[in-house]
Ligand binder design. Sequence first.
Ligand code: C5P
Length: 242
Amino acid sequence: APRRKKIYEGKAKILYEGPEPGTLVQYFKDDATAFNAQKKATIEGKGVLNNRLSEFFMQGLTNIGVPNHFIRRLNMREQLIRQVEIVPLEVIVRNFAAGSIAKRLGLEEGTPLPRPIVEYSYKNDELGDPLVPEEYIIAFGWANQQDLDDIVSLALRVNDFLSGVFFGVGIKLIDFKIEIGRVWDGDFMRLIVADEISPDSCRLWDVKTGQKLDKDVFRRDLGSLTDAYTEVARRLGLMPEN
Ligand code: C5P
């Protein structure tokens, strides 16, 4: 019998009821999916690496005052988080062209963008997370203008923090995705960073060689995903042998 109630199961993570009201346990699976789950695999050890890496980034954000859902890591695959109401958007920040923007605009991957670009996809698996303008977001009530201002501000603070941390270990942050959650203190609603920050949701290139150290290794069959994520963790000083 399961020792606790499953609240939600996604492609790479499971959420369980937490020990106290307003908390959840986030479990990191070894499963990897790409192209809206058309490509699937189990990658030994990915969950352990992403649990540790997401802990590291969320704690770093807490240290610089960026509110997020992380409370504490519980074990190799699980972390305690604040329960939030997820805003149904994938918030993407791009520093260099790659992936869908490179394709859409005919840009060579790696082209520097004139400034960080924030864009939104509507979280909907059946539709394949379509890109949506602010106009849609506000019209359909997924967020209001104030929320969007706060979301852009959070996204850019996360970008500054992550870009600096990665650059310090010889990695270029090409782009990343975050999710945002709503929490209430009485009547007062706040937006915080939720979900995960890991090489599953970033593009990370070695500064010198351009080697990819992110989920594109899996998407494009470029080698061992575990080796790539282990290298990221090693550079950040998160591997036991360091
Ligand atoms: O595919 P695209 O270029 O739009 O992805 C931009 C960034 O957002 C990449 O770092 C990718 O890993 C991330 N992403 C994600 N989850 C999605 C879509 C994109 O983490 N469903």
